[in-house]
Design a protein around this ligand. Structure first.
Ligand code: NAI
Length: 251
């Protein structure tokens, strides 16, 4: 029996990177997948992902919508409910970084990162808890970051958004545990995706590597494996926690 047979999962920002790996992993374990992407340039990738997921024998649909927009997110979740009937798992994965030292960081850069990374988690979670409360079951997984735990020079907006996600996660776990809704966060370390491609090369890349006890960057699939664990009943007594998936970087 597959771990998520008959379930429906919402994943934000899944046309590529960690989100795409999560969509594929959860589909492989039997979950239907409703995922979002934001820009026109991702439409081809999103359509390809839908085909890959459907080939696994589950339902899939891509929705072009901005998770940072409250009204658009409310409409998106209503569409998912009418298309799929229920939402059992929600993965708040969408995120951006606009790194700059605070002295040079504009209010626009700050607000973009907080809106996309943190407000989106509020927007989506606020909507998905309604069907989850009705069903008296649900698992919400929020993508934080090791940077939200330890901070990093040049990443104050990103760190603040990811630390905010941790506080939100623990609060929602406390609010909704009695309804059998679990809420956990994952704190990835340095995972090889488009977001980190520019950091990987040369001296900067070697400096990062030297701080990772496992001696390598992580793969999107390794975040997807942890997401599957948190989405499924394998983690049925785990809520309000942050799991670091970082090759030991935080120690
Ligand atoms: P990525 O840049 O490859 O993917 C991010 C996805 O989010 C993209 O598909 C993008 O279109 C989507 N997105 C951005 N803004 C959106 C919005 N407003 N609404 C809907 N979708 C939106 O990045 P990656 O590496 O796959 O990151 C996924 C998540 O993991 C992010 O939250 C990121 O902060 C987090 N993370 C990544 C790490 C890494 O090393 N790659 C480390 C720690 C956390």
């Amino acid at each position: 029996m597959k771990l998520l047979a008959g379930k429906t999962t919402v994943v934000t920002g899944a046309a590529r990177g960690i989100g795409a790996a999560i969509a594929l992993k959860l589909a492989e374990q039997g979950s239907n997948i409703a995922f979002t992407y934001v820009s026109d340039s991702s439409t081809d990738k999103a359509n390809l992902l839908v085909q890959q997921i459907q080939a696994m024998g589950v339902q899939a649909k891509a929705y072009q919508t901005n998770a940072a927009d409250y009204a658009a997110t409310e409409a998106f979740i209503n569409s998912v409910l009418s298309d799929f009937g229920n939402i059992d798992v929600c993965v708040n994965n969408a995120g951006i970084s606009k790194d700059n030292l605070l002295l040079r960081m504009s209010a626009e850069q700050w607000n973009d990162v907080i809106n996309t990374n943190l407000n989106s988690v509020y927007n989506v979670t606020k909507q998905v808890i309604k069907p989850m409360m009705k069903a008296k079951a649900g698992s919400i997984i929020n993508m934080s970051s090791i940077i939200g735990i330890r901070g990093n020079a040049g990443q104050s907006s990103y760190a603040a958004s990811k630390a905010g996600i941790i506080g939100f996660t623990k609060s929602i776990a406390a609010e909704l545990g009695s309804r059998n809704i679990r809420c956990n966060a994952i704190a990835p370390g340095f995972i090889e995706t488009d977001m980190t491609a520019y950091l990987k090369e040369g001296d900067a890349g070697n400096a990062f590597l030297s701080k990772i006890p496992l001696g390598r960057f992580g793969k999107a699939e390794e975040i997807a494996n942890t997401t599957l664990f948190l989405a499924s009943d394998l983690s049925s007594y785990i809520t309000g926690q942050v799991i670091s998936v970082c090759g030991g970087l935080n120690i």
